[in-house]
Write a protein that binds this ligand. Structure first.
Ligand SMILES: Nc1ncnc2c1ncn2[C@@H]1O[C@H](COP(=O)(O)OP(=O)(O)OP(=O)(O)O)[C@@H](O)[C@H]1O
Ligand SMILES: [Mg+2]
Length: 221
């Protein structure tokens, strides 16, 4: 079972958005997945409510997280996606403690580059693998936009592993959530849908690399 935690102290960086779209992608590809909304704001839970009952179970809250994860493992869940709030509360550190990999979404820009450092510090203290994911980026025009290049440079200077791809800023990523859907369901084959698929494949490869180091069994694509 792969436990993926979305964390960043920067509000609006895309934690809930990526958790929802990846969850939807995994459900479509028949990967037994559990969503956990550990953010009292309840964005992921709201999306799930609009979505209605289906093939993507949701657990709300952080109480009994260890027991929830143990039950998920017993039930054969392959992927657990935990959305966290943009603060430094103990619940975030607890979620990170349970993570196999922490995804740190960041918009390309000075404030996000600055804000990710606090989350990275927690990951390093807890010795958890982590990766920054550039989200809501300007569209590529053959190569990365200058803002993305700058953000990558800053992450490299901080020695932060950063996904080589990007999630482009696109209305369909936002709009699909309003219908309780993922972009893969709402706009199959669109660039946004392709990017979410690329991110999932990159995460799968990361889990395989983690498995090679730790001996932990990861589910491959
Ligand atoms: N790639 C994207 N393209 C278009 N809109 C996006 C994208 N990523 C995020 N958004 C929009 O930006 C807003 C903030 O995103 P989201 O709620 O996922 O951030 P968050 O990190 O979960 O915020 P918080 O820290 O407050 O929980 C939402 O309205 C979302 O629809
Ligand atoms: Mg959120």
């Amino acid at each position: 079972m792969n436990v993926l935690v979305f964390a960043s102290r920067k509000g609006g960086s895309g934690k809930s958005t990526l958790a929802a779209h990846l969850g939807s992608y995994m459900a479509e590809h028949s990967r037994p997945t559990l969503l956990i909304d550990a953010d009292p704001q309840g964005s992921l839970a709201l999306w799930h409510q609009v979505r209605g009952a289906g093939n993507l179970p949701l657990h709300i809250g952080t109480k009994h997280l260890a027991a929830t994860l143990a039950k998920a493992r017993q039930d054969g869940v392959e992927w657990v996606l935990i959305d966290t709030p943009p603060n430094a509360e103990a619940s975030v550190a607890e979620a990170i403690w349970h993570a196999d990999l922490v995804v740190i979404p960041m918009r390309p820009g000075l404030f996000d580059v600055d804000a990710v450092q606090a989350t990275i510090q927690v990951c390093r203290e807890l010795k958890k693998p982590y990766a920054a994911v550039i989200n809501a980026a300007p569209a590529k025009n053959g190569s990365d936009d200058a803002m993305v290049t700058d953000a990558r440079g800053a992450m490299q200077a901080l020695d932060v592993p950063t996904w080589a791809g990007q999630i482009t800023h696109s209305p369909e990523l936002s709009l699909s959530l309003a219908y309780g859907a993922g972009v893969n369901e709402f706009s199959s084959g669109s660039p946004g849908s392709e990017e979410i698929g690329n991110l999932w494949r990159a995460l799968t490869r990361s889990f395989e690399a983690i498995e090679a180091v730790t001996g932990k069994h990861a589910q491959s694509a």
